[in-house]
Design a binder for this molecule. Structure first.
Ligand code: ASC
Length: 150
């Protein structure tokens, strides 16, 4: 075999074994990244949800700012669910990697609801915020029920 062929085969073998978490240095980093993004999203969403539920005084500016952060954060976790990131300190169920279309559909539904919440919060109408909080919370729950352990 020529040297060129050897090199071509070696790089092909490398490409075939490099998993989708390659954008992260190691699978643990991907797990930490998605948990961190979801945590920051949840902290901001919960602040708005507390106002919508009458558990915190309504502050339109805080609600709008928090919802905007939650909306941005909602876009981030999904790139960190690559192949090989189903292990370690994660409550992600293995079904995620077997039902990727459905998982994607749920994640996109949540992002869409979170965007509607950000729009509602920007508008400053508490009733509209309440409706959007309920829809967004429902989209969190749908995915957790299917794809999160416990
Ligand atoms: C939250 C949170 C969730 C969702 C979900 C809504 O604040 O941490 O996972 O809302 O409980 O049903």
């Amino acid at each position: 075999m020529t040297m060129h062929k050897k090199i071509a085969l070696a790089s092909l073998a490398t490409m075939l074994t490099v998993p989708a978490f390659a954008q992260f240095a190691k699978p643990e980093d991907a797990v930490k990244y998605r948990k961190s993004a979801l945590f920051v999203m949840q902290q901001n969403f919960s602040r708005v949800a507390a106002m919508a539920g009458g558990k915190a005084p309504f502050d339109a500016k805080v609600a709008a700012d928090s919802a905007a952060v939650a909306e941005f954060m909602s876009k981030l976790p999904w790139a960190a669910f690559g192949e090989g990131t189903d292990k370690g300190e994660t409550r992600a169920k293995p079904e995620i990697w077997k039902e990727q279309a459905k998982f994607k559909e749920y994640s996109e539904a949540m992002q869409a609801e979170m965007s509607k919440l950000a729009t509602a919060a920007k508008g400053g109408n508490l009733d509209a915020i309440k409706t959007a909080v309920n829809a967004t919370g429902g989209s969190c729950k749908t995915c957790h029920d299917a794809y999160r352990k416990d």
